[in-house]
Design a protein around this ligand. Structure first.
Ligand SMILES: Cc1cc2nc3c(=O)[nH]c(=O)nc-3n(C[C@H](O)[C@H](O)[C@H](O)COP(=O)(O)OP(=O)(O)OC[C@H]3O[C@@H](n4cnc5c(N)ncnc54)[C@H](O)[C@@H]3O)c2cc1C
Length: 463
């Protein structure tokens, strides 16, 4: 149904950023059933950002295939709003089977693969049972490892169901995952060699940063996704981008430099990267759909407080350096023939040293995607490289975030209680980090729904 237009009550809205959060917010406001909003979007790149790092490659038979970067996987249980939106748009998504070889990189050398030892090969939802045995592992060691892993996994599942993380109170912040793991006596070997590598695949951050996450984030994610299928968008996330951005008015190559209140309105200043010109315009609302480090730079009221939210640069490379794959790749190759009617499993190698994990995804299109590499990649075999900004979480950054979004936790630390709140002066925040949970796509949509609620806009897929 076309929105009803009531010219007198129209409000101008600027949205900064065209990732998932910016595009969803723009879609919801543009489709307000009372037609109240004129939306303009500002993006510093010269194209929409949601799909900007993805690429099309030819597979072995010459067929073109879309490779999403990042993968933007999602799961039932945790991503209910995202799934509802995809269903509304008719975006097809499918459950992909993965095989995860867990390997350890020896600290003694940085030579490519000589010092990688694969200690276990896990298949998603145990679709390969019994589990594959890594080459070089004896039947006895493999059996003991599988049993140990099974027991530890059941333990963490039971704990995440029955032992809740300790929340903040007036004298301390909420429990970290490090403290929680110690409290439930999670075995160190399991933590180091399995749990941190697999969870850092979700959070793409070093192990130490992950141990400093609020325990509630990890426990909640674990409990909600237990035994739930994981999906990816079939044909690529550009299908979502196309639906969300149809007829959208976007100022490309326009990097916002300042947002400030002027009287009852909000002034957005941006730099046009094409002409070099600095331009300004007044809006009724400005919505920032950018990472917290960018918010700090362009919005003075949050400059100091958002310094508490850690961000990290995450490199990802698309390449064809097959020499650096662990030996187990060839063994696994023969074992994971596709079942009739199902796509073949894809391998994601989790190779860890004592402080971090690198993720190497052998994509079906025959390219390799390595995120956060520890070992060198032959530069002549790199076809594409991207640097993402990842927002991390700590109990203190959680407290700051919750205070901005009006659900304060009670621990009172150095943070000013009179700090700026979301919506003050008609300036708003959306993004994967703008909610009380893991910094993932569901946060983009949850924060966009919050704005819809505040501005009394009906969300098309909610009805
Ligand atoms: C390696 C990696 C893998 C991931 N995998 C998954 C996954 O599998 N599943 C999942 O749910 N989540 C995943 N995530 C997290 C998720 O993809 C992101 O958190 C999410 O895409 C962030 O969306 P956003 O709209 O909040 O912000 P962003 O995507 O960061 O968008 C911000 C936009 O603002 C633009 N911008 C920045 N500064 C300015 C400025 N001054 N003026 C104008 N525009 C500006 C940027 O160009 C960008 O377009 C992954 C993240 C990483 C890094």
């Amino acid at each position: 149904m076309a929105p009803k237009v009531s010219v007198e009550s129209r409000q101008s809205v600027a949205i900064v950023g065209t990732g998932m959060a910016g595009l969803i917010t723009a879609y919801i406001l543009r489709n307000d059933s009372r037609g109240r909003f004129d939306v303009e979007v500002f993006e510093k790149q010269n194209h929409l950002s949601l799909d900007s790092a993805s690429l099309t490659v030819s597979n072995k038979s010459g067929t073109k295939q879309r490779v999403d970067l990042p993968m933007r996987a999602f799961a039932s249980g945790f991503y209910d709003n995202l799934k509802r939106m995809y269903d509304y748009f008719g975006v097809e998504y499918g459950s992909q089977r993965f095989v995860y070889p867990f390997s350890t990189i020896s600290e003694s050398s940085c030579e490519k693969k000589r010092n990688i030892r694969t200690h276990y090969i896990h298949s998603s939802h145990m679709h390969k049972f019994p589990p594959l045995k890594p080459e070089g592992s004896s039947w006895f060691t493999w059996l003991i490892e599988a049993l140990y892993l099974g027991i530890c996994y059941l333990w963490i599942v039971a704990c995440s169901t029955f032992i809740k993380p300790i929340e903040a109170n007036s004298s301390r912040p909420s429990e970290t995952f490090r403290q929680y793991a110690a409290r439930i006596r999670l075995p160190q070997y399991f933590l180091k060699h399995y749990y941190l590598p697999i969870m850092s695949a979700v959070t793409t951050c070093p192990h130490n940063a992950l141990l400093n996450f609020p325990a509630i984030d990890i426990v909640d994610y674990q409990a909600k996704t237990f035994r739930k299928p994981h999906y990816t968008v079939m044909g690529g996330v550009h299908k979502v981008q196309d639906k969300l951005s149809k007829d959208l008015k976007v100022h490309f190559s326009s990097a916002a430099t300042k947002i400030e209140n002027v009287g009852t309105r909000v002034q957005l200043t941006w730099k046009n990267d094409g002409t070099g010109a600095i331009e300004s315009k007044l809006f009724d609302h400005v919505i920032m759909a950018v990472t917290p480090d960018v918010v700090r730079a362009i919005f003075p009221p949050l400059r100091s407080v958002l310094g508490i939210i850690p961000t990290e640069t995450v490199p990802a490379y698309v390449h064809r350096d097959f020499d650096r794959l662990p030996e187990c790749s060839k063994v696994v190759d023969g074992e994971i023939e596709s079942k009739p009617g199902l796509p073949p499993s894809e391998r994601i190698h989790l190779c860890s040293n004592s402080s971090s994990t690198e993720f190497t995804h052998e994509h079906l299109s025959s390219v390799i995607i390595t995120t956060s590499p520890i070992l060198p990649i032959d530069p002549t075999k790199i076809e594409h490289s991207v640097f993402f900004t990842r927002t991390l979480r700590t109990p203190i950054s959680r407290k700051v975030t919750n205070e901005i979004f009006e659900s304060p936790v009670s621990y009172s630390d150095a943070v000013d209680s009179k700090q700026w709140r979301n919506g003050d002066g008609n300036v708003w925040l959306v993004g994967s980090w703008c909610w009380d949970g893991m910094v993932l796509l569901e946060g983009c949509i949850a924060s966009a729904l919050r704005i819809a609620d505040k501005l009394d806009v009906e969300v098309p897929w909610a009805s």
